[in-house]
Design a protein around this ligand. Structure first.
Ligand code: GDP
Ligand code: MG
Length: 597
């Protein structure tokens, strides 16, 4: 019965308690037993649990007997909690009628609170605000309730105040879901349209598509057609998550569940695509489909050349589950054989890097990230360049265009000045400001993406003592006065250290990079010259002096544990070294270009 279904999600700024609340709701409805209760069930990957963030959306069906004595089917759809995954968030929201907006009572409204709220409003969701963490001594629920009233007109005194951790007032949240979130609409006798709002790869059942049926029904045994790709598949199984996979005979309009497609990669079954019935197809796919577009690129290389096939296998496996990860083989003079990889953003890149290291136990070197440039050649040809080393000779280029982003920074008003200063150092342009909450300002800027991926978030955090948060979206490509900055170590150009920089900053960055590299490159048995060059001219140079003594000679035989420690340290350092010509360069050096002010 559709009147007894509620499809909702939880949206929040990172760390405000979304996963913790989800766990409580699962417990309270008896969806999982105390015994099976592990912390944060919805975050199923280890890395997510450790990082405390939700990477993939998931869905779970709960049965709840409300105060009105009726049983309700509550489908909770978990959304990813980071700006890199905004598209996935928007598709998960499209599968819901309502959203719980969680706000931490000690932090108040933050950038992703707003970003997610706006996304939810775009999807016409009913928003139920929830103030969390009232158990903390620094909680200020009244103030935060007032902030929320000012922001969205929801009466402050009606906003539920909970502690997800302690389980305080959590039952009220379920009542609110039943009473405030409308039941789904949609006719079960119309041609099938089901939105794919997430997917994951299962080694037995192939790609599992998470679906919300908008109209019509899918019966077990029916074939389905993907309206964007045109592919027709015969599902292995259809079912619901409760929270494990449980097969059902049919999914009808209003339902949330899964279709086990048997497909081999998630790329064949993309988030945002629509399932229809091939015998009785719908006239048009559901709106909002977009193909994920990588925005940030970096080279990933095995530290030991013999690990190359393992690295390729690992990337292949990760891609099964992640349609937005792209990669192709790349050769570097400095790093030999590896892969050029494309990511949705920096955070996505970090996740992939960590998974390669932890889950696949690979020692890798990752080069400094780059954006994709549009290079207009003098002959009119347009090249897309995502690796600085690949930039053609200056004389052949008539214009270089770079991606610009719309950037929103949300901060206490105190940090206005220092944020403006950071933005101007990073070539950003001020657009406007708003005051969505007292003593809080939302600053809107336009800024090149290349400036955002170079340590921007850390700089913002340190300038605002951790209080500012941000969100950004792609705007357009704009021409820039850009040049290639090259680095030579021991007289050899190190392609993996090349960067594309703004011409005005080239000299300064060249010097900063050389002095940083001088610190990072360990002494070798001979002097090593480090040089930066741009437009064919050397703009900076330094020497790493030859090492004089063996590293152990300092210890005079005495303290054996100290000796061991030194050796250990050396060994660890070595794992992340790369030979360039006859010079050993540590992983840090390849990232040095990231940390230049
Ligand atoms: P998410 O990023 O929104 O999913 O946030 P999590 O649910 O992972 O919570 C982030 C952190 O806040 C974790 O350390 C939780 O234990 C903690 N937390 C969540 N809810 C509460 C609460 O009600 N009270 C307190 N004191 N801590 C909470
Ligand atoms: Mg979480």
């Amino acid at each position: 019965m559709m009147e007894h279904i509620r499809n909702f999600c939880i949206i929040a700024h990172v760390d405000h308690g979304k996963s913790t609340l989800a766990d409580r709701l699962l417990q309270l409805t008896g969806t999982i037993s105390e015994r099976d209760m592990m912390n944060q069930v919805l975050d199923s990957m280890d890395l997510e649990r450790e990082k405390g963030v939700t990477i993939k959306a998931s869905a779970v069906r709960m049965v709840y007997t409300a105060q009105d004595g009726l049983d309700y089917e509550l489908n909770l759809i978990d959304t990813p909690g980071h700006v890199d995954f905004n598209y996935e968030v928007s598709r998960a929201l499209a599968a819901c009628e309502g959203a719980l907006l969680i706000v931490d009572a000690t932090q108040g409204i933050e950038a992703q609170t707003l970003a997610n709220l706006y996304l939810a409003l775009e999807s016409d969701l009913v928003i139920v605000p929830v103030i969390n963490k009232i158990d903390l001594p620094s909680a200020r629920p009244d103030e935060v309730a007032q902030e929320l009233e000012n922001l969205m007109g929801y009466p402050a005194e009606e906003i539920v105040r909970i502690s997800a951790k302690e389980g305080i007032n959590v039952a009220q949240v379920l009542e609110l879901v039943v009473n405030k979130v409308p039941p789904p609409k949609g006719n079960a006798s119309e041609p099938l349209r089901a939105l794919i709002f997430d997917s994951h790869y299962d080694s037995y059942k192939g790609v599992i598509a998470y679906v919300r049926v908008n109209e019509g029904e899918i019966r077990s045994g029916d074939s389905v057609k993907l309206m964007v790709t045109g592919a027709v598949v015969k599902p292995v199984e259809i079912g619901v998550f409760s929270p494990g996979m449980r097969p059902v005979d049919a999914l009808r309009a209003g339902d949330v569940g899964y279709v086990a497609t048997g497909l081999k990669t998630v790329a064949e079954c993309r988030v945002g695509d629509t399932f229809t019935n091939p015998q009785r197809p719908a006239a048009a796919a559901l709106p909002g489909y977009r193909k994920a577009k990588p925005m940030v690129f970096a080279g990933i290389y095995p530290t030991e050349g013999e690990d190359y096939p393992d690295l390729r296998d690992a990337l292949d496996k990760l891609q099964l589950n992640d349609a937005s990860l792209v990669f192709e083989p790349e050769t570097s003079q400095a790093l030999n054989f590896g892969f050029r990889c494309g990511f949705l953003g920096l955070f996505h890149m970090e996740i992939i890097q960590e998974r390669l290291e932890r889950e696949y136990d690979l020692d890798i070197v990752v080069t400094a990230p780059s954006v994709e440039y549009e290079v207009i050649m003098t002959d009119g040809e347009v090249l897309r360049v995502d690796s600085p080393a690949q930039l053609p000779d200056e004389s052949l280029i008539s214009e270089i265009r770079e991606p610009w982003m719309a950037l929103q920074i949300f901060s206490p008003t105190d940090y206005f000045g220092t944020i403006m200063d950071l933005i101007s150092k990073r070539r950003g342009v001020f657009v406007s400001q708003e005051h969505p909450a007292p003593n809080r300002v939302q600053l809107n800027f336009e800024i090149p993406l290349s400036e955002l991926i170079v340590d921007f978030f850390d700089a913002l955090k340190s300038r605002s003592r951790g209080y500012a948060s941000m969100d950004y979206q792609f705007l357009e490509y704009r021409p820039g006065n850009l040049v290639k900055l090259e680095v030579l170590v021991g007289g050899e150009a190190v392609d993996a250290l090349a960067a594309i920089v703004h011409k005005e900053n080239a000299y300064h960055k060249g010097q900063a990079l050389v002095s940083k590299l001088k610190e990072l490159i360990p002494r070798q048995l001979f002097d090593v010259a480090i040089q930066a060059s741009s437009g064919g001219r050397i703009i900076s140079r330094a020497n790493v002096k030859a090492v004089r003594k063996d590293v152990l000679a300092k210890c005079y035989g005495g303290d054996i544990t100290r000796k061991k420690k030194l050796l250990e340290k050396q060994k660890r350092g070595k794992r992340r070294m790369k030979m360039v010509g006859s010079v050993e360069i540590p992983q840090d050096a390849f990232m040095a270009v990231l940390r230049l002010e």
